[in-house]
Design a protein around this ligand. Structure first.
Ligand code: PLP
Length: 395
């Protein structure tokens, strides 16, 4: 049976060149980067080099990069860190309605602690409403936040404009760049943001390591208390092999960005064209203008059937996809992102996200569409809703 991985927004395969760079830090230079001896110095040197590399690749200073355990921690830290550092200035924060659970669930917790949140809506393609955003800013607002690219429907948000609006009102701006990093040329200076989160496993780096960019001068409290690591802002022994792999993966992603962008966009385009023309009653979610969506993302709602049934049938055929975001699968609630762009609940239930990667081939795309056509036809044949649709059509 074929094994086809089309879930690159959930995570990616580690690049072997990255593994090669990481291996010595597991087996030879395994010292604690905080230790005073030779092992420690070798580890510290590798961490310093990784920090320099990452900073240089995103237009930041090395002193502005703080290593974390990944996107979730960085998102939590940005929200909680600003809330605790600026609570005397205000208790109001603004985020978009389509943020990742790492943001939304932290917001819900902070609400219980007395902070107030405004959740800004998006249009039918997932773009944030900039007017609503500006109107939501109050004298007590301490943070404006919007993700750089959405993990479900691939919408690339106008973060430069979001940052300009926030700054016009003297408010800090944070962006979650977890999905965008590696796929787009992300530069903090161009974007004008004060903080940004990103995570290595989304661009062929290791899992469990990420970073928070914190612009010089930005006040933010600690999330993780402990030793003096990360210039006393984030305690915990540094994940040296992870950090080394993170830097190497980002270096490769940036160096090969154009080639990878064109390659995966080509796969995605053929997939989208074939699904749109060969499978009836489908809704393509996210921007129609492909220059404004992540190159590897295709999200479809298949009317009259459940996304989970499609997912499990594809899995049986050896094809790995996601229904909604991987982090929220296990729950049968329709995706908050699809609801936010106005997809009716019953249609949102039939949604599948296909995300392509540089390891996929055009043959895999064609095999997936062929298999999908059979599955959708079979599931619809069993669906009472689809029968009803037929009846209604016949009338
Ligand atoms: N933010 C976004 C937009 C994501 O897509 C993800 C992961 O899917 C995260 C945050 C969480 O990142 P991590 O898996 O590194 O914790």
């Amino acid at each position: 049976m074929k094994e086809i991985y089309l879930d690159h927004a959930a995570t990616t395969k580690l690049d072997e060149r990255v593994l090669e760079k990481m291996t010595p830090y597991f087996l030879n230079d395994y010292g604690n980067a905080n230790s005073q001896h030779g092992f420690g110095r070798a580890a510290q040197q590798a961490v310093d080099e990784a920090r320099d590399t990452i900073a240089g690749l995103i237009g930041a200073k090395a002193s502005e990069i703080y290593f974390t355990s990944g996107g979730t921690e960085s998102d939590n830290w940005a929200l909680r860190g600003v809330a605790s550092a600026l609570k005397d200035k205000g208790n109001h924060l603004i985020i978009s309605k389509i943020e990742h659970a790492a943001m939304l669930s932290t917001a819900k917790e902070l609400e219980k602690e007395g902070f107030e949140f405004s959740y800004i809506g998006v249009d039918s393609e997932g773009f944030i409403d900039l007017d609503e955003l500006e109107k939501a800013i109050r004298p007590t607002t301490i943070l404006v936040s919007c993700m750089l690219a959405n993990n479900e429907i691939g919408t690339i948000e106008p973060i430069k404009e979001v940052a300009e609006i926030a700054h016009r009102h003297g408010v800090l701006c944070f962006t979650d760049a977890v999905q965008a990093m590696g796929a787009l040329d992300v530069n903090v200076t161009d974007l004008g943001v004060d903080m940004m989160s990103f995570s290595a496993h989304k661009f062929n780096g290791p899992k469990g390591v990420g970073a928070l960019y914190i612009k010089t001068g930005v006040k933010i409290g600690r999330l993780i208390s402990g030793g003096h690591q990360e210039r006393t802002r984030r305690g915990g022994t540094t994940n040296v092999p992870g950090v080394v792999g993170f830097a190497e993966a980002l270096k490769l992603a940036k160096a090969e960005l154009k080639e990878n962008y064109d390659y995966v966009a080509n796969l995605r385009n053929r997939f989208v064209n074939r699904v749109k023309t060969e499978i009836p009653f489908v809704k393509f979610n996210g921007p129609e203008d492909f220059s404004r969506r992540l190159p590897n993302n295709a999200d479809f709602s298949f009317e009259y059937i459940e996304g989970e049934s499609i997912l499990f049938s594809l899995d049986l055929a050896g094809i790995a996809v996601s229904s909604g975001s991987a982090c929220s699968s296990g729950s049968l609630d329709p995706s908050h992102v699809l609801l936010a762009i106005g997809v009716p609940e019953e249609i949102a239930h039939g949604s599948i996200r296909f995300t392509f990667g540089k390891e996929n081939t055009m043959e895999e795309v064609d095999y997936t569409v062929d298999t999908l056509k059979e599955i959708v036809t079979r599931l619809r044949a069993m669906s009472p809703l689809f029968d009803l649709k037929g009846d209604i059509k016949d009338v």
